[in-house]
Design a protein around this ligand. Structure first.
Ligand code: ZN
Length: 411
């Protein structure tokens, strides 16, 4: 998608702000002799920014506004090394709330809804983002935070929550718990807003089927405000994103070249009006594509597809590139299998081996199901995994993100 004249002007304002502040990125732009852009071609020559660079700016090197203008920081969880600290001005916080309110509205949520928020509050952007948007909308917030399933279910029944905000793994856990207890008729949920975790259709059907609710995927990352920069509408044709706040391009993750609309690649985001920590061409490592054309809902906002995975989830096995979403595609064809699976890659006797753990209920022949799944993976993806079928409920469920791929070759 070509960058518009207005967006180019906004990018130039972001570049000016970065340079004037002498922030980490300002210095980088200065060193590269970049003072502005006048065309799309100019823009796509700007250097990318990477999470590793953001870490190098720890703690406050990204700050591009005066200290007295900064009202808050958030931080992305540093699984390896230093965390990334993102400073926000009052306007950034407000812009984020406006975007989030738009997300709720796109999902058909109103000020008459009661929104139960289960993602974590704190340094993490999730809980507080869901909260600010809901308050801006004027809905009633039930700020639970994560965990304590017992209390979640009590509040959900007693307060009659109509919207659940959650990760997909926790929504599944709650759905299964509600089923197990037989309390579905006491639950008033109508919609689920599911945050920033890639999940398959099968899991989606399991959650929406057992709770009887509509599900909405919300997109975002801490480095760029947080969740709330995009969401699907009821037509489920991908996620609308707010191009008055961010510019999205899709690149080939290997060459870095821009890809045409419709092609799958890595999402790269440029903030357009950020004050605290503007980012130019930030590589998200999320895989998606721009969906060409217009959505039947008539929204003027462009769309990206549901996130297919992360460039770093890609595992190379026997010379074949494999994404977890391809395994999900295969599992979708087996109604006997649950939505849960685990992939373990190891190196045995000089060969790469994939073990694929799949859950089923006790009513099928485990060995037969395993053999059928293995041969489907072979014909669809090009190698034969060792499939182990296990009892339903045996694979771990988590309150946060469920880790599905374990590459044991480098451990
Ligand atoms: Zn739409």
């Amino acid at each position: 998608m070509q960058i518009s004249e207005l967006q180019l002007k906004q990018v130039n304002d972001q570049i000016d702000r970065l340079r004037l502040s002498g922030s980490f990125y300002g210095k980088k732009l200065e060193a590269a002799g970049i003072t502005g852009v006048t065309s799309h071609e100019d823009f796509i020559r700007l250097p990318f920014s990477e999470k590793a660079d953001l870490r190098n700016a720890y703690p406050l090197g990204l700050m591009a506004a005066r200290e007295d203008e900064i009202v808050r920081i958030h931080s992305s969880s540093g699984t390896t090394g230093l965390p990334v600290i993102i400073p926000y001005t009052a306007k950034d916080v407000d812009d984020w709330a406006i975007m989030f309110k738009r997300c709720y509205e796109t999902a058909g949520i109103t000020n008459m809804d009661r929104i139960q928020i289960t993602p974590a509050y704190g340094l993490w952007t999730a809980g507080i983002g869901f909260q600010l948007g809901a308050e801006k909308l004027g809905a009633m917030v039930i700020p639970m935070g994560p965990g304590n399933t017992e209390k979640q279910l009590t509040m959900m029944q007693d307060l009659g929550s109509t919207v659940l905000c959650s990760t997909s793994s926790y929504a599944l856990l709650l759905a299964e718990e509600i089923e197990k207890r037989g309390i579905k008729d006491r639950i008033k949920l109508k919609k689920g807003v599911i945050g920033s975790e890639r999940w398959g259709d099968k899991m989606r059907q399991r959650i929406s089927g057992s709770l009887g609710i509509e599900l909405y995927d919300i997109y975002g990352l801490t480095e760029i405000y947080g969740p709330g920069i995009g969401i699907n509408c009821k037509y489920e044709t991908g996620m609308h994103y707010w191009d008055d706040y961010i510019y999205i391009e899709i690149i080939d993750p290997v060459t870095g070249d821009n890809l045409p609309d419709g092609e799958w690649g890595e999402i790269v985001i440029t903030t357009l009006v950020k004050e605290g920590a503007p980012l130019i061409r930030y590589r998200t490592h999320d895989l998606s594509r721009i969906i060409p054309g217009e959505c039947p809902c008539g929204s003027r906002f462009p769309r990206i597809d549901t996130i297919m995975g992360r460039t770093d989830d890609m595992v190379k096995i026997k010379g074949v590139n494999v994404f977890p979403s391809q395994i999900e595609e295969v599992l979708k064809q087996f109604p006997e299998a649950s939505s849960e699976y685990q992939i373990r890659i190891s190196h045995l006797d000089g060969k790469d081996t994939m073990r694929l753990y799949v859950e089923t209920n006790g009513s099928v022949d485990f060995a037969d199901l395993a053999a059928r799944i293995a041969s489907t993976v072979k014909s669809r993806i090009g190698f034969t995994p060792l499939v182990k079928v296990v009892e339903l409920g045996l694979l771990p469920r988590s309150e946060k993100k469920t880790k599905r791929v374990y590459d044991e070759r480098y451990e």
